[in-house]
Design a protein around this ligand. Structure first.
Ligand SMILES: *Cc1c(COP(=O)(O)O)cnc(C)c1O
Length: 373
């Protein structure tokens, strides 16, 4: 029944594992969403926007207050200057921005390159465009990449750093290799920076667009969900050179036209929170990472440099291990290989989300620590 473009994109292991969590009462560290609401001031701003009558369609580019706040945010954290009118497009989460960007910038038959494993919407968006998804392996145990090679039809390189599911934060040296590659092969870079503020150990998130020669060929994407613990709001954005942003706008116009107006207003308030909000939140998350990773010491842990996720080499087939784990330890995790086109390479890895309350992380950690490896 389903069109061939979408064959193979049926229900995923997330459905199976969430059902298993429900059946067994296990702690669900499978899916990456927080179990606490975002900052009170941000929630209150959404209430206020509804009360104040911001309830009709937003303009296609997004509400002006949010576009201005996005431009201010890029200036405050990265020194990037943007014109909110032509260089900022608000979207229904980062997911729509990614889909609209690929639809608008790739021809059918073009190659869309992305580091593998990857967020599952990338390959689906490429296929819906009629483009080919070309994986670039990130190699365990440290999830680094070999020499980059272009395919003849390469058009777009997707770069997600901090990276889901591996937790890698690309170094400046790695980003320079990526930039050299993009420039040499005249590609467009699309960056997924939704974890931009969730970086640990004093490391720095460096937007690819800030490297020399990259501003004019990089479309940068981010969203509110992960930074402000409001994943259900689906407010995202694409920023960059006006022609790339205009392309996204054209596709987005006929996907959803606009997103939820009150949440866009609240997004402006969120982005304008003082810098200590951002650093405090990352520090909190880093503590959760440590509680979880320390408890998994009987396994080989790839301690993440950012994101919500830790990957663990369980020394066995992680898919089987994941199916047994709710029964053995009362915890649900996701085999990392589900995010990959090459399941062998990542076979022993299991991904745990640690974006839950510390008491929940500690309970899961105690259960996992009791487990024989
Ligand atoms: C969660 C996530 C997204 C989705 O962001 P939304 O704003 O909810 O659409 C995109 N990319 C990555 C890597 C993610 O982990």
């Amino acid at each position: 029944m389903i069109a061939s473009r979408l064959a193979g994109f049926g229900t995923t292991i997330f459905t199976e594992m969430s059902a298993l969590a429900e059946q067994t009462g296990a702690i669900n560290l499978g899916q990456g969403f927080p179990d606490e609401d975002g900052p009170r001031a941000v929630l209150e701003a959404a209430h206020a926007a509804i009360r104040d009558g911001h309830n009709q369609y937003a303009p296609l580019p997004g509400v002006p207050a949010l576009r201005e706040a996005i431009a201010e945010h890029q200036q405050r954290f990265y020194g990037i200057e943007l014109d909110p009118a032509t260089q900022v497009q608000v979207t229904m989460g980062a997911t729509e921005a990614i889909a609209a960007a690929i639809l608008a910038l790739a021809e059918p038959g073009d190659d869309v390159l992305a580091f593998d494993p990857s967020y599952d919407s990338y390959s689906a968006a490429a296929k819906m465009t009629g483009a080919n998804f070309v994986p670039i392996p990130l190699n365990p145990p440290d999830f680094t990449f070999d020499e980059l090679k272009a395919t003849p039809n390469a058009r777009i390189l997707l770069v997600n750093s901090p990276h889901n599911p591996t937790g890698r934060v690309f170094t400046r040296e790695e980003l320079q290799r990526i930039a050299d590659f993009v420039i040499e092969h005249d590609l467009i870079a699309i960056t997924d920076e939704v974890y931009e503020h969730l970086v640990f150990d004093g490391l720095e998130h460096i937007p690819l667009s800030t490297l020399p020669g990259m501003a004019e060929r990089t479309l940068s994407i981010s969203s509110l969900g992960k930074t402000f613990s409001v994943t259900g709001w689906k407010v995202g954005w694409a920023t960059g050179p006006a022609p790339l942003v205009a392309a996204v706008r054209t596709a987005k116009q006929f996907l959803t036209f606009a997103g939820a107006t009150p949440f866009q207003h609240a997004g402006a308030a969120a982005l304008r929170l003082p810098t200590h909000f951002y650093t405090d939140f990352a520090a909190e998350l880093q503590a959760k990472r440590d509680h979880l990773c320390d408890a998994l010491s009987q396994f080989t842990v790839a301690r993440p440099q950012g994101t919500y996720f830790a990957n663990v080499d369980v020394g066995a087939d992680a898919t089987e291990f994941a199916r047994e784990l709710p029964h053995r330890a009362g915890v649900v995790a996701i085999p990392t290989a589900v995010f990959s086109t090459d399941r062998e390479r990542l076979k022993p890895y299991l991904r745990f989300a640690f974006c839950k309350r510390l008491s929940v992380i500690d309970e899961a950690a105690a259960r996992l620590h009791a487990l024989e490896s």
